[in-house]
Design a binder for this molecule. Structure first.
Ligand SMILES: CC(C)(COP(=O)(O)OP(=O)(O)OC[C@H]1O[C@@H](n2cnc3c(N)ncnc32)[C@H](O)[C@@H]1OP(=O)(O)O)[C@@H](O)C(=O)NCCC(=O)NCCS
Length: 163
């Protein structure tokens, strides 16, 4: 699959890619997501999952970015999105989310939503850019070192929205 507006290759990923996804996750987030837990997630849920660049998990090279979405009827929740630090600001995340938006449109409509930390400026800017709207604020939802916390922003995008 190649997105319409950028030369970034995206491909479906599944339970056979959990080791590569766990490695990518470790490069993107402080909290690990073990491959076994990812495997169970793939087995137990209806997921759309896309990886970016080179079909890396098949050739032993690194997965550069990925998104995993759980969908039920016309509701789709972004469970995780990450792009390897050295691959950022090349439009990979935008391509991954746009592909999910196009998928929802392709099935006749629906809503894409997620939680993101209010202080995650790159991700907030990305979702603003892609037409997501603030639905709710969960006060102090994310724990931070030193007993601090950050609010969660619940964001939503409707397939009928213009982006
Ligand atoms: C957030 C994240 C996925 C963005 O990935 P990316 O591939 O670098 O994003 P893109 O290159 O597609 O950026 C698209 C737009 O998002 C916004 N954006 C992305 N990173 C940004 C940053 N560091 N600062 C400001 N805006 C940013 C910009 O509007 C950007 O468009 P532009 O480059 O034309 O200005 C990446 O920084 C990441 O993996 N972070 C750690 C994990 C994480 O926070 N995941 C999201 C959890 S909900």
């Amino acid at each position: 699959m190649e997105t319409s507006d950028q030369a970034i290759e995206l491909a479906e990923i599944g339970a056979d890619a959990v080791a590569a996804i766990a490695g990518l996750h470790a490069a993107c987030f402080d909290t690990p997501w073990p491959a076994d837990d990812l495997h169970a997630l793939f087995k137990a849920n209806p997921l759309w999952a896309l990886g970016a660049a080179d079909c890396a998990w098949r050739t032993g090279r690194e997965l550069q970015g990925a998104v995993i979405v759980r969908h039920v009827l016309d509701e789709a929740e972004i469970l995780t999105l990450g792009v390897r630090p050295r691959c950022r600001r090349r439009g990979i995340a935008r391509a991954l989310i746009r592909a999910m938006q196009e998928r929802l449109r392709g099935q006749g409509g629906g809503r894409l939503f997620l939680d993101v930390a209010a202080d995650n400026s790159p991700a907030r800017a990305l979702y603003d850019d892609l037409g997501f709207r603030l639905l709710d604020v969960r006060k102090g939802y994310y724990g931070r070192p030193g007993g601090r916390s950050a609010d969660a922003h619940v964001l939503s995008w409707e397939a009928a929205d213009i982006i």
